[in-house]
Design a protein around this ligand. Sequence first.
Ligand SMILES: Nc1nc2c(ncn2[C@@H]2O[C@H](COP(=O)(O)OP(=O)(O)OP(=O)(O)O)[C@@H](O)[C@H]2O)c(=O)[nH]1
Ligand SMILES: [Mg+2]
Length: 457
Amino acid sequence: MPQTVLTRAIHEQIARLGRADIMVGIPSFKNAATIGYVVRAAQAGLVQYFPDLHPVVVNSDAGSPDGTGRVVVETEPPDYIEQILLVRPTNRLERVSLTYPEIDGVGGKGAALRTIFEIAAALEVQALVVVDSDLRSIVPEWIELLAGPIMKGGYDFVAPLYARYKYDGTITNTVTYPLTRALYGHRIRQPIGGDFGVSGDLVRHYLSLDDWTEDISKFGIDIWMTTSAVTGGFAVCQTRLGAKIHDPKDPGADLGPMFRQVVGTILRLAVRYPEQWLTIRGSHDIPAYGFERIIDPPPLDVNTLRLLSEFHAGSLTLADTWRSMFVPDTVDTVLELAAEAGRLGDSARTRLGLGGDVASTTATTFEMADAVAAFHFPDDLWARVIYDLVIAARDPKPSLEKLVAALVPIYFGRVASFIIENRSVTTDQAEERVERQAREFELLKPYLVGRWNEVSA
Ligand SMILES: Nc1nc2c(ncn2[C@@H]2O[C@H](COP(=O)(O)OP(=O)(O)OP(=O)(O)O)[C@@H](O)[C@H]2O)c(=O)[nH]1
Ligand SMILES: [Mg+2]
């Protein structure tokens, strides 16, 4: 990774802080409404669980116009936490909010985290914990759960394990979990969860890598951190955090750019490290730390009709691109499914009395999914789609960005199918479907390896 050009203000903060043992880093962009609570929880976690260390909390903000940075500075200071918890820590907790510099003109969550890595390395911390600033369900114990495995267990990378509502985490469930598991053999259930623990050694490793891209400056950062930990041979574990409750997102409306950045990154890394996955068969469990909790995460609404309509609309403009990405049988099946998505969506809208505008609807998540119950996108087809894309990513034409963008409508079709299939089951039962799909990726891995070796030959 090329050295970030840190601003003078950041250098001054580093000089003032000198060094620290443990750091919580919080990236933010327009999170004034929620970040105060996250900062208090982080402070409380450090004071309560690590009272003998030198702790620091760093907020790396995008220069948010809503005053996110000001909220951090004005949130109750560590003294308040010491009072309410009746703890007298050995060292004063330091707290900093700064504006991170863009990387080659690009800002985003990854650029924010890179500044956090630079500061953590400069302060020589043993453990870095990063948490999202839109979290509602963080509690002080999360800091221990994310840093404990590093401080006590010798782990380098701690990935989160959460209870998420069955329709949340769709990029994770459809791509990053099954693909990371099938490629590298690690069953890391939340490879892009957003809340991680990282050892000082791994922070230095991140800073030594030279594969940074624009996508990594944005939402590609999470999968880059996880994959770089795995391919670097670092000790990885998971930690049980309970429920992840954060600003909700509807996959059809909010997740397109994030999908492109995450999937673009996982594909680039697969192409970069074939020696790390070509020989891997099957997968293995990753140790989990922390007490198991039973929690029902709050439901999340998804507009399945919009997903189907986007899938169908994509097929009208992207069929040629799809032909360049996938083997003929796969394209044919995908196109048939897209046509069916169009037909089923249209008749469902008529039956539900909804107009042509798929964005505004008065039907519930369940009603919409139930009205298109006949739609089904099979697991093995989705695995082939993703594997064909790994092959196409070796020599992407016209560019990987274009190919991944062309995948988005198909991803919407796959998500719609998942929602339809799970509309009447519990989150636990939906989890079993995610596992079934991950096993399908493993089962079809020889297909990927065969095609890869053919192209290599
Ligand atoms: N500094 C900075 N932070 C950002 C930017 N975009 C998002 N973030 C932060 O990244 C974190 C995750 O962003 P969300 O929008 O909540 O994304 P999410 O869908 O919950 O993604 P996951 O982290 O994968 O769960 C939050 O703390 C955001 O404030 C950005 O442009 N700059
Ligand atoms: Mg979020």
